[in-house]
Write a protein that binds this ligand. Sequence first.
Ligand code: 0O2
Ligand code: 0O2
Length: 269
Amino acid sequence: MDGRDWRKFLVPYEQAVEELKVKFKTMRSELKIREGYSPIEFVTGRVKKVSSILEKAKRLQVPADKIEQGIEDIAGIRIMSQFVEDIQRLAELIRQRKDLKVVYEKDYITNTKESGYRSFHIIIEYPVQTALGLKPVLAEIQIRTLAMNFWATIEHSLNYKFNEELPPKVRERLKKAAEAAYLLDEEMSSIRDEVVEAQQLFDEKSTIVATILNAIQELYFYNRVKEAEHFQLAFNQLADSDNVRALKELSGRIQKVLNEALKEHYDLE
Ligand code: 0O2
Ligand code: 0O2
């Protein structure tokens, strides 16, 4: 039906998906470091299969030579957030970026789809630097909570199984499940502050534990065996507790001894 070289056609889309995945994963770690919290939980991405592109083109009556403009989700990025509130913050961060252009947005969170589907979609134009020059491609970013993702993944697989013709009973059940997912998001939002605080505490503890263990290793390296053993013992007694303050205090004491050891070592050299 179509004589185009699909492998060649999809190259810039594959590149766009790979680059955007890296960029959003980086945004996640950067925000965690800067603010101790990220509106991104995890990121996935895919290039649409040729068969699905052709099916969609037929359904939307997009002529073969207009596929690049007519099918907006050949490159698709999906970003999962923990809380509904994170979605608008993330959308704002996307709107401010200089490496992409927002074409338009579809808010299926305020306007839930008939099926029960909820997500926030942003269609972007993303410039890909190819071997032959700059090539702008369209991509779809879907932002949703973990609960929205759970529902959409299951609904998608059921639709696939029933070939888009869901039995009315299943359709009804799915609508009920969508309401349950909505309530789950509401409940989670109501304890957002507690959840975020607990997660930050967990991250803080992991960082201090790693700092302490590294510093003890270094003490051994600089031949401060007695001190290293002493601190290891002190750490063992604290490790299972949630006493972050005591761990911080211990970390400070180890650092002091380590600084002395370093000074002595370099003075001797
Ligand atoms: P990690 O170490 O698992 O955290 P690639 O390998 O780059 O080509 P990609 O996109 O990284 O492919 O893999 P994929 O399969 O699309 O999944 C993307 C990331 O989302 C992976 O993490 C998955 O582990 C993570 N993921 C998938 N489902 C869930 C989930 O339900 N909860 C959470 N928290 N993460 C999930 P990474 O980036 O490989 O790193
Ligand atoms: P994939 O790759 O299988 O996910 P369309 O609604 O598709 O006729 P439009 O306007 O391009 O036309 O799409 P829309 O509705 O804005 O968003 C398209 C994508 O959103 C879909 O991609 C799904 O990923 C997701 N989506 C939209 N509605 C639903 C729904 O009711 N249930 C689920 N599970 N996902 C939905 P595709 O084309 O299905 O491709």
